[in-house]
Design a protein around this ligand. Structure first.
Ligand SMILES: Nc1ncnc2c1ncn2[C@@H]1O[C@H](COP(=O)(O)OP(=O)(O)OP(=O)(O)O)[C@@H](O)[C@H]1O
Ligand SMILES: [Mg+2]
Length: 401
């Protein structure tokens, strides 16, 4: 059934381009509009086709695209292809129906017919085009304004960023001063507590308990302060690395002997599978890395489990592994594992302290010695931390990143 002119005029009035057009002009254009249907996934025209008509969407929707890339979706009352009435450029995009869609099309020839037949129509169309261009001008001005605003916001953000960096530096300095200055009184307090402890037999049972408690708390504070100073040291951009040749097995054996009593308190057995070889590394850094990993395994394992410590080497790399039967790591834990102040799902099983700094230090130190650290774990099935290091450290001083 042919559409009535009134209906077409109503549609024209709903479009942005013709909304301000006079009734006479609308009537003439409506008369030339032809209704066409587009099925879902049917293409009206392709990018590069010659344009010869303008379209108004009566109902339904189409996509404006180039292959897979969709630029826009057009719906009821949207107009497209109007420039093809004036210029001879090819279509700049493909139009395909997103659903069953009804369109009204105004053919180029009909349009020229209209213009030729009536000066008023020509004037009306020109007016519409000028309005459209003015709107474009306004949009461009708005865009320019927005760009200026973004530029000034960007400047503001970099200023704020610089402020934050300097505040952070100040905070770090303050922390390191405080941490450093706490050390001396802490050391003397520890000395006095040790003195008290050496004469524990002279104290009442209750007081002896206080001394033990005091010593444990002081140990924890000392631990924390040492950690904070460690972080401070690695935050200063350069670190002196002092390579030396040592027996890696002796170093690891020494470490295990130092930590074994802690493990035994939890009835945890440490199994050693250590190959004998020498390497040239920074012994201090190697000790801190391995100590952090073994301490973690003891700290997060439930009682009566085993920890396997393995040491192997090839021609130019060595591998150090700590495998535990603790709670393991969730997927989320793994993504956060080597960050700073990360306390994850596993909690200490013997009241040990947990600051969430150890692994970030392990990562920094390992990478400083051109090595890699990673963890293999299934949640509920234990964790294995692995360190891969060169057998001979070449770097003397390396900027930390
Ligand atoms: N072997 C492990 N098994 C399960 N979870 C672990 C293991 N090692 C570390 N985690 C988890 O990763 C977190 C971060 O470890 P990290 O060594 O950085 O900190 P921490 O041991 O809590 O404190 P710190 O080492 O500073 O004393 C721990 O709090 C723990 O939740
Ligand atoms: Mg730790």
């Amino acid at each position: 059934m042919a559409l009535s002119d009134e209906y077409k005029i109503r549609i024209l009035k709903n479009t942005q381009i013709f909304s301000t057009a006079e009734a006479g002009l609308l009537g003439q254009i409506a008369d030339k509009l032809v209704e066409i249907s587009l099925k879902k996934d049917e293409t009206l025209f392709y990018k590069g086709d010659k344009g010869h008509a303008m379209y108004i969407i009566e109902n339904g929707s189409v996509k404006v695209h180039d292959g897979e890339h969709i630029f826009d979706t057009l719906r009821e009352n949207d107009v497209f292809g109007e420039y093809s009435l004036i210029d001879t450029e090819v279509r700049s995009a493909t139009i395909t129906g997103l659903e069953e869609t009804k369109l009204l099309s105004l053919n180029k020839d009909s349009f020229y017919g209209l213009i030729h037949s009536d000066q008023d129509v020509l004037q009306g169309i020109l007016k519409l085009m000028v309005t459209r261009l003015r709107t474009l001008d306004v949009i461009q001005e708005e865009l320019a304004q927005k760009n200026r605003k973004i530029a000034s916001q960007k400047e503001e953000i970099s200023k704020k960023n610089a402020e934050l960096v300097s505040l952070n530096d100040e905070k770090n300095q303050l922390i390191s001063i405080v941490a450093h200055d706490i050390r001396n009184p802490l050391a003397s307090a520890s000395t006095f507590v040790s003195l008290l402890k050496s004469e524990i037999d002279l104290l009442s049972e209750e007081h002896a308990e206080y001394v033990i408690y005091l010593q444990r708390s002081l140990d924890r504070i000392t631990d924390l302060v040492t950690r904070i100073l460690d972080v401070k040291a690695i935050e200063s951009r350069y670190m002196n690395i002092k390579p030396s040749r040592f027996s890696v097995r002796s170093e690891v054996n020494d470490l295990i002997s130092q930590l074994e009593s802690k493990a035994l308190q939890k009835d945890i057995q440490i199994v050693r599978e250590l190959d004998e070889f020498e390497a040239t590394l920074d012994q201090g850094l190697f000790r801190q890395i391995t100590e952090n990993l073994v301490t973690n395994a003891i700290k997060f394992s439930p009682p009566s489990k085993s920890i396997h410590i393995r040491l192997t080497n090839s021609k130019d790399r060595l591998m150090f592994e700590v495998q535990d039967e603790g709670p393991g790591l969730t997927k989320e834990d793994k993504s956060k594992l080597f960050g700073r102040f990360r306390i994850l799902s596993a909690k200490p099983t013997g009241g040990e302290s947990s600051t969430g700094l150890g692994l970030s230090i392990v990562k920094k130190f390992t990478e400083t010695m051109e090595g890699k650290v990673w963890c293999e774990s299934k949640y509920g099935k234990g964790a294995t931390f692995k360190i891969d290091l060169p057998m001979t450290l070449r770097v003397q001083q390396k900027p930390l990143v």
